[in-house]
Design a protein around this ligand. Structure first.
Ligand SMILES: NC(=O)c1ccc[n+]([C@@H]2O[C@H](COP(=O)([O-])OP(=O)(O)OC[C@H]3O[C@@H](n4cnc5c(N)ncnc54)[C@H](OP(=O)(O)O)[C@@H]3O)[C@@H](O)[C@H]2O)c1
Length: 331
């Protein structure tokens, strides 16, 4: 006999107007998923028709249905939590531009660290599952093999330091809340996907290379790195993994706790990506200067590969779409 469990879960997504937040909203609103989530819950031998109610919070781009919440204002955040009463919070909002983080350290700390601590405190006090999105930039990129979740971070720049400080804030608050506190610190590498028409390709360090590939009329050659490997990861794949973790923690009652890594496996340099875009657009590489000497820039990690072992050991689907395949269909 199949036992039907009707479960309604309210998910609050911060940064819902941003590159990742939009994909997370789509994932939780996907009727395929909000109907019967992934078919059968094998452990319970039951169908689980999960009804995600998803509320997106944004700030300067908070057009309805997104709600406006200034994460740097305690009053604004507490009011949102009281009003919305979420059971899970996917915290995507951040200052993620390294050059802005470097220039405006105070504002970056307020958003990336202080508001993250506040969200953790509210989630811990109210038994809400919290996912904090972090970055591969918490590592220095000197390890020759893939980074595991318990490897020691050593961020090289202000952005990485602020995201690491956010991780520490979440860990401190959740550790104080006890061994059953449910939270995930999810580190991901450079992201790509559908950009917003208002912001354009500069919304992603990958999508921006489309503009480089297009700009065949540039009067000076554009230098593009062909030394540092990257693992570009589609926001939709990250969102799928986040939904899986949320299902486990907020619906099935599994203890999801600590640091996780998710990353696509395909290795591309920025030059490789640009060359693909040139091929797909039918432009030329004449205006591109391929940089093959190792950079002397010590402020960005040279090579961080995130190991997905912890997620794989839990049985989470860590597959990722083909980079060439997605761009062939979407450029
Ligand atoms: N993009 C990447 O390649 C990458 C790589 C690794 C990790 N990450 C991490 O992934 C997460 C998502 O990044 P993303 O690329 O989606 O960022 P994004 O596109 O720059 O979006 C940032 C979001 O933060 C919101 N925000 C800014 N100030 C706010 C405030 N005071 N109150 C409330 N919301 C505020 C923005 O809202 P408004 O625009 O409406 O103001 C926007 O929705 C971040 O934690 C980032 O560190 C990103």
């Amino acid at each position: 006999m199949s036992l039907a469990i009707d479960t309604r879960v309210k998910v609050l997504v911060t940064g819902a107007s941003g590159l990742l937040g939009r994909a997370v909203m789509l994932e939780f609103q996907d009727p395929e998923r909000s109907g019967t989530f992934h078919g059968t819950d094998h452990a319970a031998g039951a169908q689980m028709p999960i009804k995600w109610t998803t509320v997106g919070a944004a700030f300067s781009r908070a057009e309805p249905p997104l709600v406006k919440v200034d994460l740097t204002s305690k009053e604004s955040v507490v009011a949102a939590f009281d009003h919305l009463a979420p059971q899970a919070v996917i915290h995507c909002a951040a200052e993620r531009r390294p050059e802005v983080a470097e220039k405006d350290k105070d504002a970056t700390t307020k958003l990336n660290v202080d508001s993250t601590r506040l969200l953790a405190e509210l989630c811990a006090a109210r038994g809400i599952f919290l996912v904090y999105i972090s970055t591969d930039y918490v590592f220095d990129g000197l390890k020759p093999s893939a980074y595991d979740v318990d490897d020691v971070p050593n961020p090289l720049n202000g952005y990485g330091q602020s995201k690491r400080a956010g991780e520490i804030a979440v860990t401190e608050v959740m550790t104080a809340a006890g061994p059953n506190a449910k939270y995930a610190i999810m580190r991901v590498p450079v992201l790509y996907g559908e950009v917003s028409p208002t912001v354009g390709n500069k919304e992603s360090a990958v999508n921006i290379l489309v503009d480089v590939a297009r700009n065949a009329s540039a009067d000076r050659p554009q230098a593009v790195d062909d030394v540092m490997p990257r693992y570009p990861t589609h926001v939709g794949d990250v969102a799928r993994v986040l939904a899986d973790l949320t299902l486990r923690a907020a619906v099935k009652g599994e203890l999801v706790h600590g640091i996780f890594h998710y990353s696509a496996e395909e290795q591309w340099t920025k030059f490789d990506m640009t060359a693909l875009f040139v091929e797909l657009l039918g432009t030329t590489l004449d205006h591109i200067e391929r940089v093959t000497t190792p950079s002397t820039d010590v402020t960005r990690p040279k090579h961080v590969k995130l190991s997905t072992k912890r997620l794989r050991d839990m049985g989470v689907d860590v597959t990722a779409r083909s980079f060439r395949g997605w761009w062939t269909a979407n450029l």
